[in-house]
Structure formats: C-alpha cells, structure tokens
Unconditional design. Structure first.
Length: 114
C-alpha cells in the first residue's frame, strides 16, 4: 500500500569541501533533486535565553516515504525556497510486524536565524 505524496520538496546532497574565490575551504552541495513527501509541519521556534543574543532556530518536521530519497545528516532540504539543514539522521518507522511498510520516515530540519 502506497500513501500519496502530495508535496514536493528538494534535497541537496552534501558533496564534500571545495574552495571559494578567496581560497577558503567551504562546504559544497549538489544541485537540488525533487523529494516527494507525505506532509510537513512547522515546529516551535527556539530562542535562547542568553542575554545580548539575537538568535532563533526555525524547526520543521517532514513526513516522507522511507526510501532511498531520504536526505542524510549533512544534506540540505529546500522548503519554500529556503535551505534548511537536516537535524541528525532520518527516523525510519517502516519496519512494522505486518510488513505493511507504510510507517514512513520522519526528518527534522533546522535553520539558525540571527
């Protein structure tokens, strides 16, 4: 049984390091690839309580098929034109005892603002 994937995000696979025009080492990602997902939901924005610090973490939870299109921990996900880092490894919930494999996976995204 396949569940519908009505939303399409994009993933950018981590491709290692390279150098910028000044010779500095930078991280490099591949071109974006479409990633069909079940749903996505915004999480709470975390704001640190440290005085003098203007920072917030924008968090998202993505529900997707547990397949080979899942992003890895160093990959980026493009959601509404904004790039987010993948928080940890995706969580795979597709190994139920009845072999339905409809549990899918959960991927957490984050982006620091400020």
């Amino acid at each position: 049984m396949n569940l519908p994937t009505p939303y399409t995000l994009q993933t950018k696979a981590y491709a290692g390091s390279g150098t910028d025009s000044h010779g500095n080492t930078i991280d490099v990602w591949s071109d974006p690839v479409d990633w069909p997902v079940y749903a996505y939901a915004s999480g709470a924005n975390e704001e640190p309580s440290e005085a003098g610090r203007d920072l917030s973490m924008v968090l998202w939870t993505i529900y997707a098929p547990a397949d080979d299109k899942l992003p890895a921990a160093q990959d980026l996900v493009v959601l509404s034109g904004v790039e987010y880092a993948v928080e940890g490894d995706p969580r795979d919930y597709s190994h139920d005892p009845w072999s339905n494999h409809i549990g899918g996976a959960v991927v957490y995204l984050k982006k620091a603002n400020g």
